[in-house]
Design a protein around this ligand. Structure first.
Ligand code: NAP
Ligand code: MG
Length: 465
């Protein structure tokens, strides 16, 4: 102890307390990294790059399959860690970890399928190959910590890049465990590096680092904007998955019972802390009262509580700050249709809430809430529905409920959004592209398209003259 006290103060590790949102207790303490640790991680990734990109496609595929298998063997452990650290229901956490495994396994098929083109030209042969970018920085948020990381890790690694992953300070535990499991699975040292530290130091250093070729970012539109601007200095490639204010459009001819039963999970999944949350429910005026009454019944029935209880459907919010930000929407004076229930005592709890704003410029219709508050608003006809759905800076997801197939397809094409579902609220699948229009970002994750964001096209010409 005496020896420890004599150490210069700056040599003592700066410990980050990781809080469990359901109890407000400290779940773990992790050394907090700074810019120097980012530089070390980038250097390790750079050293690992030549061997990783030179691996035969089949060998890289085999290692990624081994990684998927190892993750699957530890699925329950990872799910528990994520449920506790992010405060999400254990059932949801298991589903997310299954998607992590599926994502890595899907991209294990990619190294052997990174095809190029042969293009007819005069005097020789021209063809294209796909080269990795180099060292890629991955910056992710706290709402789906490991899942969103896997959407980036899978295609980045498959294409032969090495990575530095910066999880959100609030939720680093699953990423740290992922890195250990990757080593166990045989992924070589330096290919996957995790740095746990604040965005304004560690994140920013990654964005500015001259040896980082690309930043794949998921988070708020506000931070995304600063990242795009900072990345311009080194012409870094950037993909941005940002905020959303998606619409759930309910026509009067829809199966209203089915639409109302599904609507809570279109917005309150992950306690509303979901970029795809359909936080604006647009309902054709003639069905407004009927739909709203059905919707209310389902919202009142939501079981909010202990994330580790298998019966729980919604957990707490991530932090006290997030709860305050969400609660501020209740101060705007929009009429409250209903509030569900939430536990009292420790934990960042917030009851699911339906608001019925009386004007179309209400803040709850404009700003991302990122919590369990939803707004219902009537529309006149198809044209009005499309105009209202598009009256936002965002364009990430959305839903349309109607029995009229032609109208469903017209509206699906007319809404400015990267993903839209008809008679369903699903947004995300391993095999299909996901990403935003407008200020919800650019670039696509998942599906075959994600590989474009982690490779450069090189044209080679071989003269035959
Ligand atoms: P955030 O505040 O933008 O943070 C996201 C990540 O960026 C965190 O790791 C954060 O680090 C880091 N960061 C913060 N400032 C930075 C800077 N100046 N330079 C580099 N990195 C920086 O977002 P959040 O509050 O964690 O998450 C909520 C937001 O994410 C919502 O707006 C939501 O819509 C969006 N989101 C989008 C998607 C999508 O796919 N489109 C998915 C999920 C979430 P620290 O937090 O450690 O400081
Ligand atoms: Mg934030």
């Amino acid at each position: 102890m005496e020896a420890l006290c004599r150490l210069p103060r700056r040599r003592l590790p700066d410990l980050l307390k990781i809080v469990e949102p359901a109890t407000e207790g400290v779940l773990a303490e992790v050394p907090r990294a700074g810019a120097a640790e980012v530089d070390e991680a980038v250097a390790r990734a750079r050293r690992a790059l030549p061997a990783w990109r030179a691996l035969a496609p089949g060998a890289r595929a085999k290692l990624l399959r081994a990684l998927a298998d190892t993750l699957e063997d530890h699925l329950e452990e990872l799910a528990l860690l994520e449920a506790r650290n992010a405060g999400k229901p254990i059932g949801s956490a298991r589903g997310e970890m299954a998607m992590v495994v599926d994502t890595i396994r899907y991209y294990a098929g990619a190294p052997e399928r990174l095809l190029g083109d042969t293009i007819p030209v005069a005097g020789g042969q021209a063809f294209t190959v796909r080269e990795p970018l180099g060292v890629v920085g991955l910056i992710v948020p706290w709402n789906f910590p490991l899942n969103i990381s896997a959407w980036k890790l899978g295609p980045a690694l498959a294409a032969g890049n090495t990575v530095v992953l910066k999880p959100a300070e609030l939720t680093p535990l699953s990423a740290l465990r992922f890195a250990e499991l990757a080593t166990e699975a045989g992924i070589p040292e330096g290919v996957i590096n995790v740095v746990v530290g604040p965005g304004r130091t560690c994140g920013q250093r990654l964005v500015e680092h001259p040896d980082v070729a690309k930043i794949a970012f998921t988070g708020s539109t506000e931070v995304g904007r600063t990242i795009a601007a900072a990345a311009a200095a080194t012409i870094k490639r950037v993909t941005l998955e940002l905020g959303g204010k998606s619409a759930n459009v309910i026509f009067a001819d829809a199966d209203l019972e089915a639409a109302a039963a599904a609507a809570p999970w279109a917005v309150f999944d992950n306690a509303g802390q979901d970029c795809c949350a359909r936080s604006r429910v647009l309902v054709e005026a003639s069905a407004f009262d009927r739909f709203t009454a059905l919707f209310e019944e389902h919202v009142r029935a939501i079981r909010v509580g202990d994330p580790l209880d298998p019966a729980t459907e919604m957990g707490p919010l991530i932090s006290a700050g997030q709860r305050d930000a969400v609660a501020s929407f209740l101060d705007d004076g929009d009429p409250v249709v209903c509030r569900g229930s939430a536990p009292e005592g420790p934990g960042f709890w917030f009851a699911p809430t339906i608001l019925a704003p009386q004007t179309r410029d209400a803040r709850v219709l404009r700003d991302e809430v990122f919590g369990p508050i939803v707004a219902v608003i009537p529309f006149r006809d198809e044209e009005d529905a499309v105009a209202l759905a598009n009256d936002t800076i965002y364009g990430l997801s959305g839903s349309i409920w109607t029995r009229d197939g032609a109208r469903a397809l017209r509206v699906a094409r007319a809404i400015e959004t990267g993903n839209i579902s008809i008679n369903s609220n699903s947004s995300v699948r391993v095999t299909t592209p996901f990403g935003g229009f407008k200020q919800s970002g650019y670039g696509r994750e998942l599906g075959p398209h994600a590989l474009d964001a982690y490779t450069e096209v090189k044209t080679i010409f071989y003269s035959t003259s």
